[in-house]
Design a protein around this ligand. Structure first.
Ligand code: GLV
Ligand code: MN
Ligand code: MN
Length: 376
């Protein structure tokens, strides 16, 4: 499916006469060569993978909108000084390999190339999967120099309710919240659901359930609405109705715009795990996946986006992104900004996700104008 989507996108890139390059993890770069190709290009892009039960707009709007922005500029006869490049990032969602922004993390040297062996999906390592998908070369070749791009601008749906509620056309992102995720492994004692008496149980699921509730409570009492925590995965072993769960695994996602508060929450969760383990007589072990700092958008890119909104008479407002994006990592190697468009009822990561054609067109126009201004 992923390969079919990539093949379709590459056919669109070819129709637009873009030069396509793919790196060893499958990040795809489609370049419109500028008049001065020795200058660092200006880039845009997003992802086309999705979580289970996803909508159709998260990521895709930034890929197809980026392509359309380039086609619009081509149609108007604009001849950029700098090349303009569209990037389709591999596995932005954590679903497949357990960590979000796989492709952009590697591009920004935020992940060791040894993950080729340690990350896996469906029983195959990342290295096996990428090689059978036709992506060869070492992951050590993926990182980009920090002067590779003059700018990076990502178009995305807001994934929250603010723009629609305030009747604002465009969100101009100034910062992206700091995400962290980790796994919790609980080991108790299994047994027969009929025969093991309640006082004798060390049920791994019930300890995990208490931990999940503690995580909710800790996030709610952090002192800020900007703290959010989600236990999105719970796996039980052996997973039979008539068997007391002996093992449980939780995958937990914690975010905040303030890194110190986010880190305090992580410490409080670790303490709660110890307390619950002791009182339920189970072993609890946690394994970090990622703990990233927040990103700040570059003032020059924010200005370029606001300039484009003003020139078109669009209502816009500055905002933070509570979701993470490939921009979180592109901001480490390039001056970065993001353009948000409203989505219906703020719904995202659900099939009902929707952005109107008008909203997508406005976002794409602002992106085209910003790319033109930045590419010169
Ligand atoms: C991205 O999909 C996120 O979880 O913020
Ligand atoms: Mn997403
Ligand atoms: Mn996304």
């Amino acid at each position: 499916m992923d390969l079919r989507a990539r093949a379709y996108l590459k056919s669109l890139f070819a129709e637009a006469s873009l030069i396509v390059r793919e790196d060893p993890v499958g990040n795809t770069f489609a370049r419109w060569t500028g008049a001065n190709p020795s200058l660092p290009p200006v880039a845009t892009g997003s992802h086309c993978d999705a979580i289970p039960n996803a909508g159709r707009f998260d990521g895709t709007v930034g890929v197809l909108g980026g392509l359309e922005a380039i086609r619009v500029l081509q149609r108007t006869g604009f001849a950029p000084q700098r090349s303009i490049e569209l990037i389709v990032f591999t596995s932005e969602e954590p679903t497949r390999f357990g960590i979000g922004c796989l492709g952009s993390r590697l591009l920004a040297s935020a992940l060791d190339p040894s993950v080729g062996e340690t990350l896996a999906s469906g029983g195959q390592s990342l290295n096996q999967i990428r090689s059978s998908a036709g992506f060869s070369g070492s992951l050590a070749e993926v990182p980009l120099r920090d002067d590779a791009y003059a700018a990076f601008v990502e178009l995305h749906i807001e994934q929250g309710p603010i723009l629609e509620r305030e009747r604002v056309d465009i969100g101009v992102v100034t910062a992206i919240a700091a995400p962290a995720s980790f796994r919790i492994f609980v080991e108790g004692e299994g047994g027969h659901a009929g025969a093991v008496l309640m006082p004798d149980r060390r049920d791994a699921f019930l300890a995990a359930a208490e931990i999940a509730l503690a995580i909710e409570q800790i996030a709610r009492s952090s002192g800020s609405n900007d703290t959010v925590a989600t236990t999105g995965v719970c796996e039980l072993f052996p997973g039979a109705i008539n068997s007391v769960p002996s093992r449980a695994r939780l995958d937990v996602d914690v975010r905040d715009i303030e890194q110190t508060r986010r880190d305090r929450v992580l410490q409080d969760i670790a303490r709660a795990c110890d307390t619950i383990a002791a009182h339920r007589g189970v072993m609890v072990r946690t394994e970090p996946i990622n703990a990233d700092p927040p990103a700040h958008c570059a003032p020059a890119i924010v200005d370029a986006i606001e300039g484009a909104c003003n020139a078109r008479g669009l209502r816009h407002q500055r905002m933070i992104s509570r979701a993470y994006h490939d921009s979180l990592f592109m901001s480490r190697i390039a001056p970065t900004g993001m353009i948000f468009i409203p989505c219906r009822d703020g719904v995202s990561h659900r099939p009902e996700e929707y952005a109107s054609p008008e909203a997508m067109a406005r976002g794409t126009e602002v992106l085209a104008d910003a790319l033109a201004a930045l590419a010169g």
